[in-house]
Write a protein that binds this ligand. Structure first.
Ligand code: FES
Ligand code: FES
Length: 166
């Protein structure tokens, strides 16, 4: 038995301890906002926040979660009262297909919680999620908007380069 909290609600599971958190979120809790992309910790689509840290949930076995507090995209805020990050995402019209965006928003939320006015270098180092649609310039604008800063024109650099990535 492993016990942890998801978006403020207690969750207990008897699933094997090596089951990734992403599976628990999507298959057990039916929270489908957290996405499966690569399954190897590379893309960031599955990012959630665990005790304040942005973490790739496909790489976290549930056995490591005893007593932890997890926040998913569903736990941020309702649409009527968005967080600064969510409001900035809307204002900058960031998403295209949207598949990567839950993970992006969670990673940015964790970044701004520890660094309220990040520099472009901090953004590049912290936000290593991959967006196949190439929304990096809008992501940078939205981060600066959320932080109350003026944005630079340079795009957020992806952590890795994929074929077809712009
Ligand atoms: S699905 Fe977890 S990092 Fe890609
Ligand atoms: S908006 Fe399509 S993958 Fe990022």
């Amino acid at each position: 038995m492993t016990k942890f909290a998801v978006n403020g609600k207690d969750f207990e599971t008897n699933d094997p301890g090596d089951m990734p958190l992403l599976w628990a979120l999507r298959d057990r809790l039916k929270m489908h906002g957290t996405k499966y992309g690569c399954g190897i910790g590379a893309c960031g689509a599955c990012t959630v926040i665990i005790d304040g840290q942005a973490v790739r949930s496909c790489q976290v076995p549930i056995a490591n979660l005893e007593g932890k507090s997890i926040t998913t995209i569903e736990g941020l805020a309702p649409a009527e009262t968005p967080t600064a990050v969510q409001a900035a995402w809307v204002a900058e019209q960031v998403p295209q297909c949207g598949y990567c965006q839950s993970g992006m928003i969670m990673a940015v939320t964790a970044l701004l919680a520890r660094s309220p006015n990040p520099t472009d270098t901090e953004i590049d180092e912290a936000i290593t999620n991959i967006c196949r649609c190439g929304t990096y310039p809008r992501i940078r604008l939205a981060i600066h908007r959320a932080a109350g800063m003026s944005a630079s024109a340079a795009p957020v650099a992806p952590a890795t380069t994929e074929a077809g990535h712009e």
